[in-house]
Design a protein around this ligand. Structure first.
Ligand code: ADP
Length: 334
């Protein structure tokens, strides 16, 4: 908008009218009486006094929940006399939301890093301060230290994975993949199951592929499916008790493949179901720490599946187990 030196409208564009829901002719009316917004009025007054106002955050009663950045500049004639003010409003809502989520992310990450680090530090200090500790005791402390340094490594590796997906998404790119990716799901699933076997056997959990193998290939980089299946199977085993059963089943539809990873484990309370794919969300913080979770596994799964054009969801009942589903588009024959 442009005002004269008395703070009356000279010119506004359609976006301005829409934002402030002004249908009548504004020319000649004062900004204060029309918009009834003291922050905007003061910024215009500063402009009239010859001062620039940069990036003033303003909210309009007509647009609840949205935030705007206002820049106001005096317009000078050849004698440097103020003959008006030009103000520009930019919708800042999305950026503000992103800024907030970034701040929360940094807070969460710092919090997550701090606890294993302080445990490691505590044990190292104990060893250094007590030269008379026996070999056995020191070995016990070092094992705990190792467990927490493993957790740090897992956390950093998950963070890097998430950040590479987010970077690709914000640049509007699909994750790095072959030009026409194609993945033989049966082979990849079998590989992940074989890799997990040692962990599941230790807990006496049976782990196998169920149902008829599907013929179609999925349109996704095999490395990405491997990571998704690994995260889901790792959780299924982690959150199951000894003697449990974990299965993977894939079925082909007309244009998508549906994969289900089912377990007979602890299950997830209904109130937590909408949140399990959020970063750092855990149903039971104490227990997840104990089993070495980072709270990022499912958020990585969601990123990978969505950026490949699929969907992911969960069905679960406490005490009965959980079923995680994801869909993948079918690869078109070349
Ligand atoms: P984590 O690294 O903590 O396992 P995830 O993002 O993979 O993080 O999972 C988030 C939370 O969802 C877990 O902390 C756990 O509480 C719950 N969860 C995930 N998978 C299962 C499952 N198969 N059975 C029960 N709870 C699960």
């Amino acid at each position: 908008m442009i005002t004269d030196p008395a703070g009356r409208f000279l010119l506004v564009n359609d976006a301005f009218r829409e934002l402030f829901q002004q249908k009548q002719v504004l020319i000649g009316m004062t900004v204060l009486s029309t918009l009834r917004n003291s922050a905007i009025h003061e910024a215009i007054q500063k402009g009239i006094e010859g001062n620039r106002v940069i990036d003033l955050e303003v909210e309009a009663a007509e647009a609840p929940g949205r935030t705007f950045l206002m820049n106001a500049h005096p317009i000078l004639d050849q004698q440097n006399k103020v003959i008006g003010v030009v103000a520009v409003f930019r919708d800042y809502t999305r950026l503000k939301r992103l800024e907030k989520s970034r701040r929360e992310f940094v807070e969460n990450v710092s919090h997550e890093l701090r606890s294993p680090l302080s445990i490691i530090q505590g044990y190292i200090e104990t060893i250094l301060d007590n030269p008379d500790l026996g070999r056995e005791e020191i070995a016990g402390f070092l094992r705990i230290t190792k467990k927490h340094s493993d957790r740090l490594t897992a956390l950093v590796s998950d963070l890097l994975t998430i950040s590479s997906f987010e970077a690709a998404e914000s640049a509007g790119l699909k994750p790095a993949a072959a030009p026409f990716p194609s993945c033989d799901l049966k082979a990849v699933t079998q590989k992940v199951i074989d890799d997990m076997r040692i962990v599941s056997e230790r807990k006496k959990i049976t782990l196998h592929l169920q149902g008829e193998p599907i013929e179609q290939c999925a349109a996704i980089d095999p490395g990405h499916v491997e990571q998704v299946l690994f995260n889901l199977l790792d959780n299924a085993v982690k959150y199951s008790l000894e003697g449990g059963r974990v299965t993977v089943e894939a079925s082909g539809g007309d244009d998508a493949i549906i994969v289900c990873v089912a377990d007979t484990g602890a299950g997830i309370p209904e109130s937590s179901l909408p949140h399990v794919f959020e970063r750092f969300y855990r149903v039971d913080r104490a227990r997840t720490r104990e089993v070495g979770g980072t709270g990022l596994g499912l958020s990585i799964v969601k990123h990978i599946i969505q950026s490949n054009g699929g969907r992911v969801w969960v069905e679960s009942r406490v005490g009965e187990g959980s079923k995680f589903y994801f869909t993948l588009p079918i690869a078109k024959p070349a």
